[in-house]
Write a protein that binds this ligand. Structure first.
Ligand SMILES: *Cc1c(COP(=O)(O)O)cnc(C)c1O
Length: 389
Protein backbone atom coordinates (compact mmCIF):
# COMPACT_ATOMS: atom_id res chain seq x y z
CA UNK A 1 0.00 0.00 0.00
CA UNK A 2 1.20 3.54 -0.71
CA UNK A 3 1.12 6.18 1.97
CA UNK A 4 -1.85 7.87 0.31
CA UNK A 5 -3.87 4.63 0.31
CA UNK A 6 -3.14 4.10 4.00
CA UNK A 7 -4.13 7.67 4.82
CA UNK A 8 -7.38 7.46 2.82
CA UNK A 9 -8.34 4.21 4.53
CA UNK A 10 -7.57 5.71 7.95
CA UNK A 11 -9.68 8.78 7.28
CA UNK A 12 -12.63 6.76 6.09
CA UNK A 13 -12.70 3.97 8.65
CA UNK A 14 -11.04 5.22 11.83
CA UNK A 15 -12.76 7.68 14.17
CA UNK A 16 -11.07 11.03 13.86
CA UNK A 17 -9.86 11.25 17.44
CA UNK A 18 -6.20 11.84 16.57
CA UNK A 19 -4.51 14.62 14.66
CA UNK A 20 -2.05 12.45 12.76
CA UNK A 21 1.31 13.28 11.19
CA UNK A 22 1.86 12.17 7.58
CA UNK A 23 4.00 9.14 8.48
CA UNK A 24 3.13 5.41 8.36
CA UNK A 25 5.84 3.28 9.90
CA UNK A 26 6.19 -0.33 8.77
CA UNK A 27 9.47 -1.48 10.30
CA UNK A 28 11.90 -0.51 13.02
CA UNK A 29 15.15 -1.40 14.70
CA UNK A 30 15.99 0.14 18.05
CA UNK A 31 15.65 3.94 17.52
CA UNK A 32 15.44 3.70 13.72
CA UNK A 33 12.23 3.18 11.77
CA UNK A 34 11.20 3.05 8.13
CA UNK A 35 7.96 4.14 6.48
CA UNK A 36 5.91 2.50 3.75
CA UNK A 37 8.09 4.13 1.10
CA UNK A 38 11.41 3.11 2.67
CA UNK A 39 12.32 6.49 4.16
CA UNK A 40 14.37 6.26 7.37
CA UNK A 41 13.57 8.05 10.64
CA UNK A 42 15.26 8.46 13.99
CA UNK A 43 12.62 7.92 16.65
CA UNK A 44 12.70 10.19 19.72
CA UNK A 45 9.13 9.17 20.69
CA UNK A 46 9.22 5.41 21.35
CA UNK A 47 5.45 5.50 20.84
CA UNK A 48 5.00 8.00 23.73
CA UNK A 49 7.41 6.20 26.01
CA UNK A 50 6.12 2.71 25.24
CA UNK A 51 8.84 0.97 23.20
CA UNK A 52 11.40 1.39 25.96
CA UNK A 53 13.70 -1.29 24.48
CA UNK A 54 13.31 0.21 21.02
CA UNK A 55 11.77 -1.46 17.97
CA UNK A 56 12.19 -5.18 17.42
CA UNK A 57 14.45 -5.99 20.38
CA UNK A 58 15.43 -9.62 19.64
CA UNK A 59 15.32 -10.90 23.25
CA UNK A 60 12.02 -9.19 23.95
CA UNK A 61 10.51 -10.49 20.68
CA UNK A 62 11.75 -14.01 21.44
CA UNK A 63 10.22 -13.98 24.95
CA UNK A 64 6.87 -12.78 23.58
CA UNK A 65 6.85 -15.23 20.65
CA UNK A 66 7.79 -18.18 22.86
CA UNK A 67 4.91 -17.46 25.25
CA UNK A 68 2.47 -16.94 22.35
CA UNK A 69 3.32 -20.45 21.16
CA UNK A 70 2.68 -21.97 24.60
CA UNK A 71 -0.36 -20.31 26.19
CA UNK A 72 -1.53 -16.99 24.75
CA UNK A 73 -4.22 -16.32 27.33
CA UNK A 74 -5.79 -17.87 30.34
CA UNK A 75 -8.62 -16.58 32.44
CA UNK A 76 -8.16 -15.29 35.94
CA UNK A 77 -9.73 -18.45 37.42
CA UNK A 78 -6.30 -20.03 37.10
CA UNK A 79 -2.78 -19.34 38.29
CA UNK A 80 -0.31 -18.12 35.67
CA UNK A 81 3.44 -18.41 36.33
CA UNK A 82 4.30 -15.53 33.96
CA UNK A 83 1.82 -13.37 35.84
CA UNK A 84 3.03 -14.25 39.32
CA UNK A 85 6.73 -13.98 38.38
CA UNK A 86 6.17 -10.53 36.87
CA UNK A 87 4.31 -9.41 40.01
CA UNK A 88 7.21 -10.47 42.22
CA UNK A 89 9.90 -8.93 39.99
CA UNK A 90 7.97 -5.69 39.60
CA UNK A 91 7.18 -5.36 43.31
CA UNK A 92 10.86 -5.93 44.11
CA UNK A 93 11.97 -3.29 41.59
CA UNK A 94 9.36 -0.85 42.91
CA UNK A 95 9.66 -1.52 46.65
CA UNK A 96 5.95 -2.40 46.76
CA UNK A 97 3.97 -5.36 48.10
CA UNK A 98 1.28 -6.42 45.61
CA UNK A 99 0.19 -5.79 42.01
CA UNK A 100 -3.09 -5.72 40.11
CA UNK A 101 -2.68 -6.07 36.35
CA UNK A 102 -4.86 -4.44 33.72
CA UNK A 103 -4.30 -3.10 30.20
CA UNK A 104 -3.66 0.64 30.21
CA UNK A 105 -2.65 3.65 32.25
CA UNK A 106 -6.21 4.87 32.66
CA UNK A 107 -7.28 1.48 33.99
CA UNK A 108 -4.36 1.37 36.41
CA UNK A 109 -5.45 4.78 37.73
CA UNK A 110 -9.07 3.61 37.94
CA UNK A 111 -7.85 0.80 40.18
CA UNK A 112 -5.87 3.25 42.33
CA UNK A 113 -8.94 5.47 42.68
CA UNK A 114 -11.10 2.49 43.72
CA UNK A 115 -8.47 1.56 46.33
CA UNK A 116 -8.46 5.15 47.63
CA UNK A 117 -12.25 5.19 47.88
CA UNK A 118 -12.26 1.90 49.72
CA UNK A 119 -9.50 3.05 52.07
CA UNK A 120 -11.36 6.23 52.99
CA UNK A 121 -14.80 4.67 53.16
CA UNK A 122 -14.88 3.83 56.87
CA UNK A 123 -14.29 7.45 57.85
CA UNK A 124 -16.40 9.02 55.11
CA UNK A 125 -13.43 10.35 53.14
CA UNK A 126 -14.05 9.91 49.42
CA UNK A 127 -12.35 12.87 47.75
CA UNK A 128 -9.09 12.67 45.83
CA UNK A 129 -6.76 15.59 45.39
CA UNK A 130 -4.83 15.89 42.12
CA UNK A 131 -2.75 18.69 40.62
CA UNK A 132 -3.62 21.46 38.22
CA UNK A 133 -2.20 20.63 34.76
CA UNK A 134 -2.06 16.89 35.48
CA UNK A 135 -3.03 14.09 33.11
CA UNK A 136 -4.37 10.76 34.35
CA UNK A 137 -6.32 9.22 31.45
CA UNK A 138 -9.39 9.35 29.21
CA UNK A 139 -12.05 7.38 31.05
CA UNK A 140 -14.72 9.53 32.69
CA UNK A 141 -13.17 9.05 36.14
CA UNK A 142 -9.55 9.58 35.12
CA UNK A 143 -10.67 12.62 33.11
CA UNK A 144 -12.13 13.95 36.36
CA UNK A 145 -8.75 13.26 37.99
CA UNK A 146 -7.06 15.19 35.17
CA UNK A 147 -6.63 18.78 36.35
CA UNK A 148 -7.16 20.40 32.96
CA UNK A 149 -10.50 22.01 32.16
CA UNK A 150 -9.97 21.52 28.41
CA UNK A 151 -10.26 17.73 28.69
CA UNK A 152 -13.52 17.93 30.69
CA UNK A 153 -15.78 19.98 28.48
CA UNK A 154 -18.24 18.11 26.24
CA UNK A 155 -18.26 15.09 28.58
CA UNK A 156 -19.96 16.38 31.72
CA UNK A 157 -20.94 15.26 34.25
CA UNK A 158 -17.73 13.46 35.23
CA UNK A 159 -17.21 11.32 38.32
CA UNK A 160 -17.46 13.60 41.34
CA UNK A 161 -15.07 13.94 44.24
CA UNK A 162 -11.90 15.43 42.77
CA UNK A 163 -10.06 18.51 44.04
CA UNK A 164 -7.18 20.29 42.31
CA UNK A 165 -4.22 22.15 43.78
CA UNK A 166 -1.36 23.88 41.94
CA UNK A 167 1.81 21.77 41.65
CA UNK A 168 4.45 22.83 44.17
CA UNK A 169 1.98 24.60 46.46
CA UNK A 170 2.09 22.59 49.67
CA UNK A 171 0.10 25.20 51.59
CA UNK A 172 -2.79 24.98 49.15
CA UNK A 173 -2.71 21.18 49.37
CA UNK A 174 -2.71 21.49 53.16
CA UNK A 175 -5.66 23.90 53.02
CA UNK A 176 -7.74 21.61 50.79
CA UNK A 177 -6.83 18.39 52.59
CA UNK A 178 -9.71 18.23 55.04
CA UNK A 179 -11.31 15.12 56.54
CA UNK A 180 -13.09 14.30 53.27
CA UNK A 181 -9.85 13.61 51.38
CA UNK A 182 -8.69 9.98 51.14
CA UNK A 183 -5.82 10.28 48.65
CA UNK A 184 -3.49 12.54 46.69
CA UNK A 185 -2.60 11.47 43.14
CA UNK A 186 0.37 13.07 41.33
CA UNK A 187 2.82 12.51 38.48
CA UNK A 188 6.54 12.78 39.38
CA UNK A 189 7.00 14.71 36.15
CA UNK A 190 3.83 16.00 34.51
CA UNK A 191 4.05 14.57 31.00
CA UNK A 192 1.14 15.78 28.88
CA UNK A 193 1.10 18.94 30.99
CA UNK A 194 4.40 20.07 29.44
CA UNK A 195 7.17 17.91 30.97
CA UNK A 196 7.03 19.62 34.37
CA UNK A 197 9.16 17.93 37.06
CA UNK A 198 8.01 18.24 40.68
CA UNK A 199 10.34 19.78 43.25
CA UNK A 200 11.75 17.10 45.56
CA UNK A 201 10.72 19.20 48.60
CA UNK A 202 7.14 19.26 47.33
CA UNK A 203 6.98 15.48 46.89
CA UNK A 204 8.66 14.87 50.26
CA UNK A 205 6.35 17.43 51.89
CA UNK A 206 3.33 15.66 50.41
CA UNK A 207 4.57 12.35 51.80
CA UNK A 208 4.79 13.88 55.28
CA UNK A 209 1.42 15.61 55.04
CA UNK A 210 -0.28 12.42 53.81
CA UNK A 211 1.23 10.44 56.71
CA UNK A 212 0.01 13.01 59.24
CA UNK A 213 -3.56 12.99 57.86
CA UNK A 214 -3.86 9.26 57.07
CA UNK A 215 -4.26 10.13 53.38
CA UNK A 216 -2.85 7.85 50.67
CA UNK A 217 -0.07 9.19 48.47
CA UNK A 218 -0.52 7.74 44.98
CA UNK A 219 2.04 8.24 42.21
CA UNK A 220 0.96 8.03 38.57
CA UNK A 221 4.11 6.53 37.05
CA UNK A 222 2.41 5.72 33.74
CA UNK A 223 4.74 7.97 31.72
CA UNK A 224 7.61 8.48 34.20
CA UNK A 225 7.91 4.80 35.11
CA UNK A 226 10.07 1.88 34.06
CA UNK A 227 13.40 3.67 33.81
CA UNK A 228 12.22 6.73 31.91
CA UNK A 229 13.56 9.26 34.44
CA UNK A 230 16.74 7.28 35.16
CA UNK A 231 15.12 5.57 38.15
CA UNK A 232 12.91 2.52 37.91
CA UNK A 233 10.07 4.70 39.21
CA UNK A 234 10.42 8.47 39.51
CA UNK A 235 9.57 8.40 43.25
CA UNK A 236 12.83 6.53 43.81
CA UNK A 237 14.56 9.68 42.58
CA UNK A 238 12.55 11.75 45.05
CA UNK A 239 13.52 9.46 47.92
CA UNK A 240 9.98 8.53 48.94
CA UNK A 241 7.76 5.46 48.74
CA UNK A 242 4.11 6.08 47.82
CA UNK A 243 1.21 3.98 49.11
CA UNK A 244 0.04 3.27 45.55
CA UNK A 245 1.90 3.47 42.23
CA UNK A 246 0.42 3.05 38.77
CA UNK A 247 2.39 1.92 35.75
CA UNK A 248 1.68 1.28 32.06
CA UNK A 249 3.20 2.73 28.83
CA UNK A 250 6.76 1.29 28.82
CA UNK A 251 6.08 -1.57 31.20
CA UNK A 252 5.73 -4.34 28.60
CA UNK A 253 7.96 -2.75 25.95
CA UNK A 254 5.13 -2.21 23.46
CA UNK A 255 2.34 -4.55 24.50
CA UNK A 256 -0.75 -3.29 26.34
CA UNK A 257 -0.41 -3.52 30.11
CA UNK A 258 -1.30 -1.54 33.19
CA UNK A 259 -0.33 -2.23 36.78
CA UNK A 260 -1.52 -0.82 40.07
CA UNK A 261 0.99 -1.49 42.84
CA UNK A 262 0.32 -1.13 46.55
CA UNK A 263 2.55 -1.05 49.61
CA UNK A 264 2.30 -3.33 52.63
CA UNK A 265 -0.30 -1.09 54.33
CA UNK A 266 -2.79 -1.83 51.53
CA UNK A 267 -2.10 -5.55 51.11
CA UNK A 268 -5.34 -7.34 50.16
CA UNK A 269 -7.40 -4.13 50.41
CA UNK A 270 -9.53 -5.21 47.44
CA UNK A 271 -11.41 -8.46 48.02
CA UNK A 272 -12.29 -11.18 45.49
CA UNK A 273 -14.79 -9.76 42.99
CA UNK A 274 -13.98 -6.10 43.72
CA UNK A 275 -11.70 -5.60 40.71
CA UNK A 276 -11.00 -7.56 37.56
CA UNK A 277 -9.96 -7.48 33.92
CA UNK A 278 -10.35 -10.15 31.25
CA UNK A 279 -6.98 -9.47 29.63
CA UNK A 280 -5.21 -8.21 32.75
CA UNK A 281 -2.07 -10.22 33.47
CA UNK A 282 -2.15 -11.87 30.04
CA UNK A 283 0.84 -14.27 29.86
CA UNK A 284 2.17 -13.02 26.48
CA UNK A 285 2.15 -9.45 27.72
CA UNK A 286 3.68 -10.52 31.04
CA UNK A 287 6.48 -12.36 29.20
CA UNK A 288 7.32 -9.09 27.39
CA UNK A 289 7.12 -7.11 30.63
CA UNK A 290 9.43 -9.54 32.45
CA UNK A 291 12.11 -8.98 29.81
CA UNK A 292 11.70 -5.20 30.24
CA UNK A 293 11.82 -5.30 34.04
CA UNK A 294 14.79 -7.70 34.09
CA UNK A 295 16.86 -5.30 32.00
CA UNK A 296 15.64 -1.88 33.07
CA UNK A 297 16.00 -2.46 36.82
CA UNK A 298 19.77 -3.08 36.47
CA UNK A 299 21.69 -0.16 38.02
CA UNK A 300 23.97 0.09 34.93
CA UNK A 301 20.94 0.38 32.65
CA UNK A 302 19.44 3.16 34.78
CA UNK A 303 22.80 4.95 35.02
CA UNK A 304 23.04 4.86 31.22
CA UNK A 305 19.57 6.46 30.93
CA UNK A 306 20.70 9.27 33.23
CA UNK A 307 23.90 9.72 31.25
CA UNK A 308 22.08 9.83 27.89
CA UNK A 309 19.60 12.29 29.39
CA UNK A 310 22.42 14.57 30.52
CA UNK A 311 24.07 14.34 27.09
CA UNK A 312 20.82 15.17 25.28
CA UNK A 313 20.12 18.08 27.64
CA UNK A 314 23.60 19.52 27.18
CA UNK A 315 23.45 19.29 23.38
CA UNK A 316 19.95 20.77 23.23
CA UNK A 317 20.81 23.64 25.58
CA UNK A 318 23.71 24.55 23.29
CA UNK A 319 21.35 25.21 20.35
CA UNK A 320 20.85 28.94 19.87
CA UNK A 321 17.09 28.59 19.22
CA UNK A 322 16.47 26.79 22.54
CA UNK A 323 15.15 28.79 25.50
CA UNK A 324 15.33 25.98 28.07
CA UNK A 325 15.27 22.21 28.49
CA UNK A 326 13.51 20.53 31.41
CA UNK A 327 12.63 17.03 32.57
CA UNK A 328 14.31 14.03 34.15
CA UNK A 329 16.38 11.28 32.55
CA UNK A 330 15.16 10.70 29.00
CA UNK A 331 11.84 12.47 29.51
CA UNK A 332 12.72 15.91 28.22
CA UNK A 333 10.85 19.01 27.08
CA UNK A 334 12.43 21.70 24.93
CA UNK A 335 11.07 25.24 24.89
CA UNK A 336 12.08 27.23 21.83
CA UNK A 337 12.60 30.97 21.85
CA UNK A 338 10.14 31.27 18.98
CA UNK A 339 8.16 29.10 16.60
CA UNK A 340 5.22 26.76 17.04
CA UNK A 341 6.07 23.36 18.58
CA UNK A 342 3.64 21.46 16.37
CA UNK A 343 5.09 23.04 13.25
CA UNK A 344 8.57 22.00 14.35
CA UNK A 345 7.26 18.46 14.90
CA UNK A 346 5.95 18.37 11.32
CA UNK A 347 9.21 19.74 9.92
CA UNK A 348 11.21 17.19 11.94
CA UNK A 349 9.11 14.36 10.50
CA UNK A 350 9.79 15.59 6.97
CA UNK A 351 13.50 15.70 7.79
CA UNK A 352 13.48 12.15 9.24
CA UNK A 353 13.15 12.74 12.99
CA UNK A 354 10.11 11.75 15.06
CA UNK A 355 9.41 13.93 18.09
CA UNK A 356 6.40 14.68 20.30
CA UNK A 357 4.99 17.87 21.76
CA UNK A 358 3.61 18.60 25.22
CA UNK A 359 1.80 21.93 25.45
CA UNK A 360 4.18 24.49 23.91
CA UNK A 361 7.25 22.28 24.29
CA UNK A 362 8.90 19.76 21.97
CA UNK A 363 8.97 16.50 23.92
CA UNK A 364 11.62 13.80 23.59
CA UNK A 365 10.97 10.26 24.88
CA UNK A 366 13.59 8.19 23.00
CA UNK A 367 13.86 4.45 23.53
CA UNK A 368 15.93 3.89 26.68
CA UNK A 369 18.26 1.69 24.60
CA UNK A 370 19.04 4.42 22.05
CA UNK A 371 22.68 4.32 20.91
CA UNK A 372 25.13 7.20 20.85
CA UNK A 373 25.07 7.17 17.07
CA UNK A 374 21.26 7.32 16.93
CA UNK A 375 21.23 10.13 19.50
CA UNK A 376 23.74 12.16 17.50
CA UNK A 377 21.94 11.55 14.23
CA UNK A 378 18.64 12.71 15.75
CA UNK A 379 20.28 15.76 17.32
CA UNK A 380 21.82 16.70 13.95
CA UNK A 381 18.43 16.56 12.24
CA UNK A 382 16.86 18.61 15.04
CA UNK A 383 19.58 21.28 14.87
CA UNK A 384 19.18 21.43 11.09
CA UNK A 385 15.39 21.82 11.30
CA UNK A 386 15.68 24.62 13.87
CA UNK A 387 17.93 26.54 11.48
CA UNK A 388 15.28 26.42 8.75
CA UNK A 389 12.29 27.68 10.76
C1 LIG B 1 -0.56 8.20 29.08
C2 LIG B 1 -0.90 8.49 30.49
C3 LIG B 1 -2.04 7.98 31.10
C4 LIG B 1 -3.07 7.18 30.33
O1 LIG B 1 -2.59 5.96 29.87
P1 LIG B 1 -3.41 5.13 28.77
O2 LIG B 1 -2.62 3.86 28.64
O3 LIG B 1 -3.45 5.94 27.53
O4 LIG B 1 -4.75 4.91 29.34
C5 LIG B 1 -2.24 8.21 32.44
N1 LIG B 1 -1.36 8.94 33.15
C6 LIG B 1 -0.25 9.45 32.60
C7 LIG B 1 0.70 10.23 33.46
C8 LIG B 1 0.01 9.28 31.25
O5 LIG B 1 1.09 9.83 30.69
Amino acid sequence: MTFQEIKDQDQQYIMRTYGRVDVALVKGQNARAWDAEGKEYIDFTSGIGVNCLGYGDPQWAAAVAAQAGEIQHLCNYYYSPQNTALAQELCQAAGMAQAFFCNSGAEANECAIKIARKYGEKRGAHRILTLVNSFHGRTLTTLAATGQEGFHKDFLPLTEGFLYAPAGDLREVDRQMDGTVCAVLIEGVQGEGGVVPMDPEFVQGLRKLCDERDVLLMMDEVQTGVGRTGYFYSYQGYGIVPDVATSAKGLAGGLPIGACLVGEKLRNILKPGQQGSTFGGNPVVCAGAREVVRRVREPEFLAAVQEKGRYLTEKLEALPQVEFVRGRGMMLGVKLKSGDAHEVLLECAKAGLLVLTAKELIRFLPPLTITQEELDQGLDIFAHVLKTI
